[in-house]
Design a binder for this molecule. Sequence first.
Ligand SMILES: Nc1ncnc2c1ncn2[C@@H]1O[C@H](COP(=O)(O)OP(=O)(O)O)[C@@H](O)[C@H]1O
Ligand SMILES: [Mg+2]
Length: 264
Amino acid sequence: MISHYELYMSIIQSKATSMYGRGTIDRVKTGIDGLDNIIKGGVPKNSITLISGQPGSGKTILCYLYLYKGIQEGEKCLFLTMDKKIDGVLSQARNLGFDFQPAIEKGQAKFLFLNINKKLIYETMTNEILSGEYDRVVLDSITPLSEMPIYVKNANISSSDINIVNPDDFSSEANFPIRRLHLHYIMNTLETSQCTSLVTSELPVGSSSLSRDGISEFLADGVITLSLDPTMDRRKLSVMKMRNTKHTLKPQDIEIGEGGIKFS
Ligand SMILES: Nc1ncnc2c1ncn2[C@@H]1O[C@H](COP(=O)(O)OP(=O)(O)O)[C@@H](O)[C@H]1O
Ligand SMILES: [Mg+2]
C-alpha cells in the first residue's frame, strides 16, 4: 500500500509532467461534436474532466456518449458506477441508442458497480483502473466517495497539532491534509493510469458551485457544468475550465434525446 505522502508527491510530479512535458496536445473526442468544436477538438489526452450538474441535467448521458465514442474508436473503456443495477444502467444507455453489450462481450468495455458500503472500495477501484489498461474511464459519481467519513488509525491529535502550514513546509505523512485524502487518492489513480477520464459531481438544485465537495474542481484539469432552466424548458452546457485550451465560457444550448446530447 502506497503511503499518503508518496501519493501526494506523485500527484505533484504527474501534474508537472502533464503540464510542461509535452509540445502539442493530443485530444480525445467527447462524442458531442458541438462540445469538441468549442474545446479545440476534445479533452486533452490523459486529463480528468469534472462534469457537474444537478440531478437530471444529463451528466450520466454525457458519460455514455463519451464511452460510446471510445468504443467506436477501438479504445478500451471503463464505467465505474455507484448504481448497483448495472442492467438498468445498460438499458438506459440502450434506450438512448448506445448498446454497450457487444463491447462488453468482447472485453472492450466494462461496467463496474462500486459498493460504497464495502471497505475495499478504493482498492477495487484502483486495481481495476491501474490493471485494466483503459483508454477512457468514467466515474459516475465521485460525490458519495467524497462524502465518506475517513478514519485515521492510531492518530493522537491534540489541539497543538492543528496548524495552518505552508504547503512547502509539509514534508511528512503526518501532515497530510485529511479532508482531501479521498479525492487526491482517486484523482491520483486516474492520472497515473494514463487514461482520459470524466468524473461526475452531483450539485444540489440551484447551486452555483463547480462541485459538491468544493475541491474536485481544483484537482481536475477541466470542468464542464450542465444546467436546467425549467421555466424556459431549456438545458445548457458550459465549459468552465479546460487545461491548455482556449475556450468560450458562454453557456451553450443543448438538447437531450435519441442519440444523447446535441448542441441546438
Ligand atoms: N430518451 C430520452 N429522451 C429525452 N430526454 C431524455 C431521455 N432519456 C433521459 N432524458 C432526460 O435526461 C435526464 C437524465 O439525464 P441523466 O444523464 O441521467 O442526468 P444526471 O446523471 O445528471 O442525473 C432525464 O431526467 C430526462 O430529462
Ligand atoms: Mg446520473
